[in-house]
Design a protein around this ligand. Structure first.
Ligand code: ZN
Length: 376
């Protein structure tokens, strides 16, 4: 198969002719034997707070969320880098693994103001055309708890497209009011909503159900999501199934980082019920976790392994959770894809090999080919 890449899209696909076999010039590359995969999409990440490129930083045990929030704030304040420099470092890592679209949450609070957001907006412009970015204004310290309504408005005016929130019960201690405040902001700024939810069990279940009702009332189906939603893996299967049906009916997505250290949503059940599920890296070497390397293909492998997806169809059903692209390229598609050494797409998902090449809109952005060009 020959892919003709013009102006960032796949303009033509032809069956292989031998003229180009073995040819490797500036504009022609022989990818013989390599597997084509669509570029990945990381739907939950924090560009502004990680320690990539910094000396090792020991973490402390997680005891309470407010204690952890104070710890994170002090860690971030001690970093010599700006949020813009951190954003660039993490985006470069993601591109090297073939991720070309992300949703990043960016901290805002009355103390920080929108300084992190302004940095991330600047970096978004620098990477325009290579990394597609959705930005969530994230009141990490609690929307109501930290009195962040005004700074959230400032963030939405500055250019965030999603209203964030966190633990309406555990942090804000007013479930309905916290959710309503998020949806009031989303109505005022015609924005989507993406809630961080760690609140457990039936408290979390009630919160998601109310979130789905508010989504329907606001006519925001397709534009809202609950991230983490551990409670969906803590209640019984019948209860999580009932809520999955409500999520499907109101088109609310669930976003997971596939945690191994705690219960997580039953992704197999959510997929079977037709709920949109997306995967994100979330914490990568930060105040919350030293784990993670920004490789969404590897995270997809972790998800499939966690749910015992060993059959071909099961392995393949992982791709829509980590990518917005398709496994078979079509003329007219954006030329955002990766090439890996694997027997087929199922093997690639299970094995998550290093990227031989990663392209974003026709531009080589990662993998061994890009490294070789940098060295040359
Ligand atoms: Zn997060």
């Amino acid at each position: 198969m020959t892919l003709d890449l013009q102006k960032g899209t796949i303009s033509e696909i032809t069956s292989c002719n031998n003229d180009s076999a073995g040819v490797n010039t500036g504009s022609v590359r022989d990818a013989e034997g390599l597997q084509y995969l669509p570029a990945t999409t990381d739907m939950h990440i924090h560009l502004d707070k990680h320690f990539l490129g910094e000396p090792w930083k020991p973490l402390q045990p997680f005891i309470t969320l407010p204690g952890q929030l104070a710890f994170e704030k002090s860690m971030l304040a001690s970093l010599p880098t700006t949020a813009a420099e951190r954003a660039r470092r993490l985006i470069d890592l993601l591109l090297s693994h073939g991720t070309t679209k992300i949703r990043t949450h960016v901290d805002v609070d009355p103390e920080l103001g929108i300084s992190h957001l302004e940095d991330v907006l600047t970096v978004r412009e620098e990477y325009r055309g290579v990394m597609e970015m959705e930005i969530v204004a994230f009141p990490q310290q609690g929307l109501l708890r930290s009195d962040s309504l005004q700074v959230m408005k400032e963030a939405m005016r500055a250019g965030a497209e999603y209203v964030g929130g966190v633990d309406p019960a555990g942090l804000d201690r007013k479930v309905d009011r916290s959710l309503e405040a998020m949806f009031e902001l989303s109505a005022e700024f015609n924005a989507g909503v993406d809630l961080h939810l760690h609140d457990p069990g039936h408290l979390g279940l009630y919160t998601i159900s109310r979130f789905a009702e508010l989504t329907a009332q606001a006519n925001k189906g397709g534009r809202t999501a609950v991230s983490h939603a551990y409670c969906l893996g803590q209640v019984n299967e019948g209860e999580s199934k009932e809520l999955a049906q409500q999520l499907k009916a109101n088109d609310v997505a669930i976003i997971t980082s596939v945690p191994l250290d705690r219960p997580m949503p039953r992704v197999d059940q959510l997929v079977a019920e037709g709920v949109r599920v997306h995967v994100g890296s979330d914490n990568i070497l930060d105040a919350w976790s030293p784990f993670g390397n920004g490789d969404l293909l590897a995270r997809g492998a972790k998800l499939a392994e966690k749910f015992g997806w060993i059959l071909d169809d099961e392995l393949l059903q992982t791709y829509p959770l980590i990518s917005a692209g398709t496994l078979a390229p079509k003329a007219g598609d954006p030329a955002s894809f990766m090439l890996v050494a694997a027997l087929n797409a199922k093997h690639a998902l299970a094995y998550a090999p290093a990227r031989t090449a990663a392209f974003s809109n026709g531009k080589l952005v990662g993998g061994k080919w890009a490294e070789a060009m940098t060295k040359a």
